[in-house]
Write a protein that binds this ligand. Structure first.
Ligand code: CMC
Length: 407
């Protein structure tokens, strides 16, 4: 064979860029083209992980062995970030110190602010966040340091600064001055304060906190996997998180919450739900906020907790319209298509009631998911192997090169 053997062994790249593999390199396994293909890697287990267990058959989810329901009802977002990074729940003192360290990192440097305000207002919040995170690496002298302590420091910066970047880029786009973070507030309450310029009610802060907690981690989802692929090349954490942000923004992943909300606003009234869903399904459209790659036979466990919080928020406001509308949509989609709501569905009206503008919905998912991403990047470094799957080549073969003037 011509070409150079790659580092992951057994695979060679020919001069035409076509991968071939011999039976001996392959340990007697069938050649690449004869192997079954797992489109979209569905059902493929690619690594062991101690971070989170997603059980699609039973519809359960746990972080570090703690059921998501227990955490949603009793823990805070900060406590959950500690649990994800350190593997154990913090003591009272440890949590106080940890929360103070996070709060102390909320301000963004002048350089980052200058970069954000230099962006045209047409730039979407997720693109601005991706740009800012990439730029944050430039003010970190040890950006390539992959040891655990250094990465916890970097992850602290990232978790703390995400809300500041998102809220103040929003104000920039609105032509408004930035709002400084308030270190006396919790992570979730501070985000709402930075968006709205006033302290949120306890109910609103708790709803924001729980939404972030429920979205903080979810195994090898697309953005986390993308972050791990980048980390597995031994690139730095900022690069891995930048990759994750780019992956999350797609409509089949984080982008679904905004579209789910748009659908609810389009439908408007409960009596329009059935015809709207029937027509969308007849057009073979995907109903945003429904279906899941892993939760196929049981509902996404996060959606019940989000629905409960939505009910409470509606009760606080004395207006159940959005709760009734969302419930009617969920019942209709389940009846007509057998699909359950995923995390994005009930999160959408919740964020809407919290006064979060629609074009920040995906960025709120990123603010919530950065703890999970960073934990996975650290786990990847701790037991690294380059992630490098194969493809079965189905393009033309054995073609003859003709000089340009003969084509
Ligand atoms: N609406 C209508 N039909 C659907 C939907 C949906 N939301 N989801 C799946 N289907 C149908 C799909 O059309 C296909 O039907 P058929 O076999 O007749 O062609 C069947 O269900 C299987 O779909 P699939 O695309 O093979 O399933 P998947 O496991 O690859 O996709 C998914 C999972 C989440 C991409 C998909 O359910 C979807 O597109 N949902 C809407 C977008 C969404 O809500 N995304 C958020 C996912 S959860 C949070 C996150 O990870 O970001």
């Amino acid at each position: 064979m011509s070409g150079n053997a790659e580092a992951d062994g057994g695979v060679e790249t020919t001069a035409r860029g076509i991968e071939t593999q011999t039976a001996s390199e392959n340990g007697g396994a069938p050649s690449v083209n004869a192997r079954p293909i797992a489109e979209g890697l569905a059902g493929v287990v690619i690594a062991q992980s101690e971070i989170c267990e997603v059980n699609g058959e039973r519809g359960t989810l746990s972080y570090r062995g703690y059921d998501i329901g227990e955490l949603a009802c009793h823990a805070t977002f900060e406590e959950t970030v500690y649990l994800l990074w350190y593997g154990e729940l913090p003591t009272e003192n440890a949590l106080r110190t940890f929360s103070a360290n996070l709060a102390a990192e909320r301000e963004i440097e002048e350089t980052i602010w200058r970069i954000l305000t230099a962006l045209p207002c047409s730039v979407e919040p997720m693109d601005a966040l991706r740009t800012a995170v990439s730029a944050l690496s430039c003010s970190d002298a040890d950006d390539g340091d992959r040891c655990l302590n250094s990465n916890i420091e970097k992850a602290t910066r990232l978790v703390a600064k995400f809300p500041t970047i998102v809220a103040n880029y929003y104000h920039h786009r609105q032509g408004e001055p930035p709002i400084h973070p308030d270190p006396t507030l919790s992570h979730a309450a501070n985000f709402l304060h930075m968006l709205h310029g006033e302290h949120p009610t306890d109910m609103a802060a708790r709803a924001m906190d729980m939404t972030m907690l429920l979205m903080a981690e979810h195994g090898f989802n697309a953005s986390t996997f993308a972050a791990r692929v980048t980390a597995a090349t031994l690139s730095d954490i900022y690069s891995a998180i930048t990759t994750a942000i780019g992956t999350l923004k797609g409509p089949l992943h984080g982008g679904a919450n905004r579209r789910a909300m748009k659908m609810m606003l389009d439908i408007g009234d409960v009596d329009q739900v059935v015809p709207y869903i029937e027509e969308a399904l007849a057009r073979k459209e995907r109903i945003m906020g429904f279906g899941h790659r892993v939760y196929k036979s049981a509902p996404d466990p996060r959606s019940a907790y989000l629905r409960g919080r939505l009910y409470e928020l509606c009760a606080e406001r004395g207006d159940f319209h959005l709760y009734e509308l969302a419930t009617a949509i969920a019942e209709t989609v389940e009846a007509k298509k057998g699909l359950y709501p995923n995390v994005d569905f009930y999160a959408a009206p919740l964020l809407y009631l919290l006064g979060i503008p629609l074009d920040l919905f995906v960025a709120v998912f990123a603010i919530s998911r950065i703890p999970g991403w960073s934990t996975h990047v650290m786990e990847q470094y701790a037991r690294n192997r380059l992630i490098r799957p194969l493809s079965a080549y189905v393009g033309p073969k054995d073609r003859t090169y003709h000089p340009r003037h003969e084509r």
